[in-house]
Design a binder for this molecule. Sequence first.
Ligand SMILES: [Zn+2]
Length: 287
Amino acid sequence: MGWLDAWKAGFARNAKKAIPDGVWVKCEGKGADAQLGCGKTLYRRDLEENLWVCPSCGFHMRIGAHAYLDLLLDEGTAEPLFETVMSADPLRFKAEKRYGDQILEDFRRTGRGSAFMAVSGAICGRPFAVGAMDFSFRGGSLGSAEGEKINRLIGFAQERGVPLVIVSQSGGARMQEAALSLMQMAKTSARLAEFAETSLPFISILTSPTTGGVTASFAMLGDVILAEPGALIGFAGARVRETIKEDLPPGFQRAEFLLEHGFVDRVVDRRNLKEEVARLTNVLAPV
Ligand SMILES: [Zn+2]
């Protein structure tokens, strides 16, 4: 079985496995979201049906790229794109671990060659180009492979004349690729500027967490920027307080705060994302 066939076979299977198995799941955030969630123990199947939104407090638990593609696209329409573009270690970077080994480790664990999944498919019957970053591969960071796939996905949308959707979930630029990684910010931004001339809409969806170089480039360049409730969205992280020596307002990097301050256009419940994307696209670019 080739790489592409294996990917396709895993697509449906993995879509439902974004969160580890177990009958009961506690409503609690991880990492930067650790203070979120109501702590209630929930029945896994109920949560799955509710797209991993806590029925009690509305906390949006972290789900992966597969799950987002699954919830956005019409069933059976997703076709993977550019899967031969995979992360590499051009600088032979080594810190505590060899970067090459880390890529291999993530590849074995996730079955993916990069932190970005690109597909063509349909949303409410209309063809779309859709991409999603995945935190489970190198923290969803933006490296050369991710930048190249995003670039190609934008090109694909342009050639086919279809709207573009990108779901972001990222720790930022991938430090192990140094300047090559930072260059992806310019590369994707320049490509989106070209795309903007087509008058096709680009809808950017920010999920928790969206930070660093991703926030500083394509994620904030959507014609419409949507965010999930409570999502952590920022550039430098709360530790910047030590640098600027000023107190930060409460919740300053959460979706609702950014909505209030004009960085985000709308905070949308995950369960309504698909309809919202379809509705906005029909307003911006009627068929
Ligand atoms: Zn809860």
